[in-house]
Design a protein around this ligand. Sequence first.
Ligand code: EPZ
Length: 425
Amino acid sequence: MGSFVLYGPVTLRGKVEISGAKNAALPILASIPLIKGTTVLHNVPRLEDVHTMIQILRSIGVKVEWKGENTLLAINEGRCTGDVPYELVRKMRASFNILGPLTLSVGKASVAQPGGCAIGLRPVNFHIDGLEKLGFSVSISHGTVHATAPGHVDEGEVVVSFPRVSVGATEHIMTTAAGMKGLTLQINNAAQEPEIEDLQNFLNGCGARITGAGTSSLTVEGVEELQGCEYTIMYDRIEAGTYLIAAAATHGEVEVVNACSNHLGALLEVFEYMGVNFTCNENGITVKAGDVYKPVKIEVNPYPGFPTDLQPQILAMLSTVKGVSLVKENVFKSRFGHVPELNRMGASIVVEDSVAVVEGVEELTGAPVEATDLRAAAALLIAALMAKGETIISHIEHIFRGYEKVIEKFRGLGVNIVYEPRDVE
Ligand code: EPZ
């Protein structure tokens, strides 16, 4: 695994363009086995996770090729096979969402049961319960989930009420039901993330009949067949939030082009409270950071709450805000792998019962640290920009899973990042 080597402190200045959303592209790609014919997707980010999903689609018989920098062509001739290679699924849990669409289109399918990761156990029980409610039979053996589609679809309504909000389970079940003619699915306690609206808009572009995405109550009226369409993926609100936090944390001045303020309300509310100056317009959001920030209490919750995917990054920023800040993580209770690493850089953060208590310190100092997951890598990069001296972030490959052209983009903001493909001793 490689490393980033950089020297701080750095004040970010300039303009950065946000890419297409990873967490919108992945569920859309996972639906392709149900989408017959040719699909053209624009604004697809070139990320490790997207490459993994492309490999999975190719492995089951879908023709996928890049047409230009961020345009993807997927051709499903209706001859998919039902076995997804373990070594691909284990690389990325979002690939599990291919199970429902693939099973419905082929009759039977098997996908590896996703493992846990640095941010939590990541169970898929809601996905399996939802598929069974749709009439699928599901069994698990030797770490593989086997599913068989219902022989025929009983006309009528099925209700799935998730015990807690789940982005992936909402996307998985709504996508599968979209191709089940005669069935009407009502999802209660659905996730409300903007990426789910993007998925609804794509599927409806292919002939699906879905309403309610973006609210907690989703309705899907299954149709006979879904045909490929041309669609442009939304911009990545988490990438945008990461650059906004980096700009504020380094007291810089940065225009984040394509940042959509409608999708970043919770972060902008925190910025407002802390005294971060920012302006929003139709092109994006510009941060003209202030000097002194107020400490803050943040509750991390499902959308429209403060996003868990920005929790590590805001924690890095809070580490030098004078006073005591609190961040309560309500989505992934143990998503604090970045805390010991931030403390190695001089932060003073204690975690108790999923609450991070941050005592602001005078300054951070550079140190060798290790990235445990994608957003932790982003948090350590922000901390390295704030810190005095050299920081080496090892296991940095995590960051390439979710941040397109991250080296070029930060270099464009005045950061001299050196990428060592092998771990620096
Ligand atoms: C999606 O993961 C995102 N990934 C995550 O982004 C994001 O952190 C998460 O939603 C929450 O917003 C993609 O969209 C590809 P969940 P997902 O199901 O769907 C529990 C990133 O950095 N749960 O909403 O896996 C689960 O353990 C990634 O881009 C069950 O108990 O998250 C968690 O505590 C990280 N059983 C909570 O629900 C289930 O069957 C929310 O998880 C499913 C989930």
